[in-house]
Design a binder for this molecule. Structure first.
Ligand SMILES: O[C@H]1[C@H](O)[C@@H](O)[C@H](O)[C@@H](O)[C@H]1O
Ligand SMILES: [Fe+2]
Ligand SMILES: [Fe+2]
Length: 285
């Protein structure tokens, strides 16, 4: 199927109009206990994610010497974690992975790689686990944004960047900072988290998933770009070609968040067969 057809097909799946709390999705200003947890999350995230912090994290986590495990083992490891940055869901992460994957499977029954992409898109959250140094939530989850250039107002709770040291660093605080327009997203140093980590895990372990899958996973939390168009000036032709797949993943990531849980044992054999097709038995994490 051509990408354009796929994108226009996105509405086929009957997406719920309210999240697990019965509200609209991605409402960051709503007054509720959940929103104050989320706001506090973004305050610490925006203060601490600096250009040099990201380099430190890459040094620490891109050696892949922490653990050997298969993809499904990693899904199970995420069972105990709840994402503090998420205004729409407080279910354990394994449910979110399966809800996303199954939603994609309904809409695109023949694109098996896309189902697996849904299943694994948040596996990078394993950085929260003690085996990875138990990174704090602000260094693992939440929307992502580039460092090395000015913070855009389109980023959620952008008011908190004022206390980020990069905010007043002349090297990094001009509109384009250290980048040039059209340089390609690959050149951007993104805030550190589960997206970049999982992308690097897939590359390092030679996953045979198509480049669209890698791209969608790498930038799926970059909402300032794909929702508001901020930083689009840094994209190149390849990025523009890949973008439709990211939008498909994101729709299903977001609108599948509900209290209707998936029976893990029932769908497990299908996903094990996909994992076998696109990944080695054990990966280095
Ligand atoms: O709260 C969510 C959650 O952490 C997701 O996994 C991430 O991809 C989103 O961008 C973020 O807003
Ligand atoms: Fe995510
Ligand atoms: Fe997700």
């Amino acid at each position: 199927m051509a990408t354009a057809d796929l994108v226009s097909n996105v509405e086929v799946w009957p997406a719920p109009t309210s999240n697990a709390f019965g509200q609209e999705f991605r409402l960051y200003d709503a007054a509720s206990t959940r929103s104050s947890i989320v706001e506090e999350f973004y305050r610490t995230n925006h203060i601490n994610q600096t250009y040099s912090f990201v380099l430190e994290m890459k040094e620490k986590h891109l050696k892949f010497n922490k653990r050997k495990m298969g993809i499904w083992d990693c899904c199970e490891l995420l069972n105990e974690y709840v994402d503090e940055s998420d205004p729409d869901l407080d279910e354990p992460q394994i449910e979110h992975l399966l809800q996303t994957a199954e939603a994609l499977r309904k809409d695109y029954p023949n694109e098996d790689w896309l189902h697996l992409t849904g299943l694994i898109h948040d596996l990078g959250k394993v950085l929260l686990h003690p085996a990875f140094g138990e990174e704090p939530q602000w260094a693992v989850v939440g929307d992502t944004f580039p460092l090395g250039c000015a913070f855009d107002d389109a980023i959620v709770h952008s008011q908190y960047f004022k206390e980020n040291p990069d905010y007043s660093n002349p090297l990094y605080n001009s509109r384009n900072g250290i980048y040039t327009e059209g340089c390609g997203l690959d050149k951007l140093v993104m805030s550190w988290g589960h997206d970049e980590y999982m992308y690097q895990v897939m590359k390092f372990n030679n996953s045979t998933l198509p480049p669209q899958a890698l791209f969608a996973i790498r930038y799926h939390s970059f909402y300032a770009l794909h929702q508001a168009g901020a930083y689009a000036r840094f994209m190149n032709d390849l990025d523009r070609e890949m973008m439709p797949w990211l939008l498909i993943l994101n729709k299903h990531d977001l609108y599948s968040k509900s209290k209707v849980l998936i029976d893990v044992e029932e769908v497990k054999p299908y996903y094990l067969s996909l994992i076998d097709k696109y990944f080695p038995k054990e990966l280095q994490w």
